[in-house]
Ligand binder design. Structure first.
Ligand SMILES: C[S@@+](CC[C@H](N)C(=O)[O-])C[C@H]1O[C@@H](n2cnc3c(N)ncnc32)[C@H](O)[C@@H]1O
Length: 335
């Protein structure tokens, strides 16, 4: 099937989704999802007043870009920004025409379920400041935050934290080591007038989490530890754990394949009895049930129980093969 036909088909399949998005004040979503819809490494999203094309494996030819642009602008006549990330480290390599460059580098305010988020399609980082597949996570948090205290670990731009505050949380603590991501998070809280319940802790997640859990802070063997903000042991009603696939820091290694427990155990200890911990794992090769079993075992080893659990599935703008989405999210309520 040609690229044009695959894209047209993806749009047709989203007719109901698109109508609902408009009704729900959502102007950011995925319109074409890579391999699952017929083109490996090609994602196309709407981010507010723009279309964003991203390639991760193969650069689009001029003709392909024209084809895609003509289908997108027929649906909505918006600027089309192309970020080619097919080369080293997913870095954006291509130049844009000057009028598009200025637009892509300027701050936009986008909306999801009526919540405002800041977005930039080109900036010092790589991603446009809001991960769209996490919409369902934000919706879960909105529905479960009324009068709750919420800990948002690996918060990035605090999409989850902002959603929690909008859902009526009494206190939201966002933790990330990126000052750039937290600055966008503060902006998000301000855009929605919820800054007074939100805290932004710039810290490596390991020491922050271990202190909150009442555990000793350690480091990787033989390394001198850098300074970190001091926090008192605290348990939360709702904990959201969404780490990257792999990251090394002097305090430890985030490794979602070999050591999810290294993060899950302290995160669980920072969750109140009767509270809920939402765990995310976006590594495709990690098998859903085996991962869940390892979480439950870890809870039971601490003499606690999972009293109920709920899988959280991505929306239909992120289709998957055999309904087996690489992003796994499960909410565990602890007794
Ligand atoms: C997958 S993103 C999290 C996405 C986020 N949950 C959301 O809803 O948008 C991973 C984040 O982890 C942060 N990060 C990676 N390693 C870290 C560490 N050791 N301590 C604190 N933050 C870390 C990165 O800065 C990045 O913002």
């Amino acid at each position: 099937m040609s690229l044009q036909s695959s894209l047209t088909q993806a749009i047709t399949q989203r007719a109901e989704f698109l109508a609902n998005a408009e009704l729900n004040n959502t102007d950011c979503f995925r319109i074409f999802h890579g391999t699952v819809e017929g083109e490996n490494g090609l994602n196309i999203d709407r981010y507010g007043n723009a279309w964003l094309i991203q390639t991760f494996h193969q650069t689009l030819t001029e003709d392909q870009l024209e084809e895609v642009t003509s289908v997108l602008t027929k649906l909505n006549d918006l600027p089309v920004i192309y970020n080619d990330r097919a080369k080293r480290n997913s870095r954006i390599e291509n130049n844009l025409h000057s009028e598009h460059h200025e637009f892509a580098c300027s701050e936009q305010v986008i909306q999801e379920n009526g919540i405002k988020f800041t977005s930039k399609l080109r900036h010092e980082g790589q991603d446009p400041l809001l991960f769209l597949d996490m919409r369902i996570g934000r919706e879960f948090v909105i529905a479960h935050s009324q009068d709750k205290t919420v800990l948002n670990l690996f918060s990035y731009t605090c999409g989850i934290g902002t959603a929690a505050a909008m859902g009526g949380a009494s206190r939201v603590v966002n933790v990330d080591f990126s000052s750039f991501a937290l600055a966008a998070g503060k902006k998000n809280a301000e855009l929605n007038d919820v800054a007074e319940v939100c805290e932004f802790i710039q810290s490596d997640a390991f020491p922050a989490l271990r202190q909150l859990a009442g555990l000793k802070v350690g480091g990787r063997r033989g390394q001198k530890l850098p300074k970190y903000p001091k926090l008192a042991a605290t348990q939360f009603d709702l904990v959201f754990l969404d780490p990257p696939r792999f990251a090394k820091s002097p305090f430890g290694t985030v490794d979602l394949i070999n050591d999810y427990q290294g993060l899950f155990k302290p995160a669980m200890l920072a969750t109140k009895d009767g509270g809920t911990i939402v765990c995310c794992n976006n590594v495709a090769k990690v098998e859903r049930e085996a991962w869940l079993n390892s979480l439950v075992r870890c809870v039971e080893k601490q003499g606690r129980k999972v009293s109920s659990l709920e899988w959280i599935h991505c929306h239909e703008d992120f289709p998957s093969f055999d309904n087996n989405h690489p992003l796994k999210m499960v909410a565990l309520t602890l007794a």
